[in-house]
Write a protein that binds this ligand. Structure first.
Ligand code: AR6
Ligand code: MG
Length: 312
């Protein structure tokens, strides 16, 4: 079994790399041209997915718990510092509402989209730190939904994020030196989910994997929008289709259309948590911006978990 530090780092840095390379794939959508541009790029630049994941990790480390107000403030701080990272409309709307109208983050989040809250994939794309921090905790679902609710209050937005966090935690617990049952992995996610929308999509992922359906067709079935029930399932599919290779998992997740940066961030958070940091091509790791900071955050999360000094 590889060490847990490597799994924590692999998940956090892997997700950042998946995000950055996924974003490039919007412009270079063939494997060869994408590999060329990665080679010639000096730096890999991540998007809002990783900016928010960094915020989530920092808040967990500082508060040792999911503290919604602190978490919202941390997200907001990074948004106002770097608003160009590619945020969709929801989170910034919340940050302005809190700043200008004095609402709490959860009140603002619940008011979006006609009072239904967001079911975008923005809570799932950033959730690796929760999957790591609570990787052996019974309260993972509750913590994941609390972290999601700050910006994504729709039940499907929270459920999709919780299932993505659970996939990361399962991947941490698995030994990459041994075979695992894909059917059992996906069945665990089905049992963990709490909305019919996500459960149904996870059932579909199970069929697509067991019947060895190609990525093109799988993506047609699962959907290509930014809603979490149409993107997170394809990230799970991409991991299960390529469990032994970080690189192939990434290419599968981002080269078939859809919300490429976020698909890369989600699929690679799981792959990195399973395979560990050494499975990531070293040149990619060297090129990702803020590598040291992200890896330091992953190690701090690990230390808190191992010392059992998390407050809840
Ligand atoms: N009703 C209708 N449409 C909705 C609803 C709803 N309840 N919820 C979400 N949408 P948002 P995110 C649609 O704005 O999830 C970035 O590029 C709506 O069209 O909460 O943080 C990231 O990198 C809305 O604009 O943002 C991700 O790729 C959209 O879903 C992506 O955007 C996104 O929801 C995630 O953004
Ligand atoms: Mg993004």
């Amino acid at each position: 079994m590889i060490n847990l530090e490597s799994k924590f780092i692999g998940s956090m840095i892997g997700s950042a790399i998946g995000d950055a390379i996924g974003e490039l794939a919007f412009f270079y959508n063939e494997k060869a041209s994408l590999e060329d541009i990665i080679k010639t790029s000096e730096k890999l630049i991540y998007t809002d997915d990783t900016a928010m994941s960094i915020g989530l990790a920092e808040s967990l480390i500082e508060r040792r718990c999911v503290d919604q107000e602190h978490l919202g403030n941390t997200f907001s701080k990074y948004f106002f510092q770097e608003p160009w990272r590619g945020y969709a409309s929801g989170p910034p709307t919340i940050f302005y509402m809190v700043r200008e109208r004095g609402l709490s983050y959860v009140e603002a989040s619940r008011s979006l989209f006609g009072g239904k809250g967001s079911f975008g994939n923005g809570a799932a794309m950033r959730i690796a730190p929760i999957g790591l921090f609570y990787y052996k905790s019974d309260s993972l679902y509750e913590k994941a939904s609390l972290s999601a609710e700050v910006t994504h209050a729709h039940p499907v937005g929270m459920d999709g994020a919780a299932v993505q966090a659970y996939a990361v935690s399962k991947a941490v617990n698995l030994d990459p030196g041994k075979e695992f049952s894909k059917e059992e992995f996906i069945q665990n996610l089905i049992n963990f989910s709490r909305t019919p929308e996500i459960k149904e999509k996870m059932e579909l992922v199970k069929r697509l994997i067991l019947e060895d359906v190609s990525p093109e067709i799988a993506h047609d079935f699962l959907g290509r929008s930014v809603s979490v029930d149409e993107s997170m399932p394809f990230a799970i599919y991409s991991f299960l289709k390529n469990p032994k290779s970080f690189k192939e998992c990434l290419f599968c997740s981002i080269l078939h259309g859809g919300d490429r940066d976020t698909l890369g961030a989600m699929a690679c958070a799981i792959s990195g948590a399973y395979l560990g940091a050494d499975a990531i091509p070293p040149v990619w790791r060297d090129k990702i911006e803020n590598r040291e900071m992200i890896e330091r955050l992953a190690l701090s999360l690990y230390k808190i978990v191992e010392d059992q000094s998390n407050k809840c």
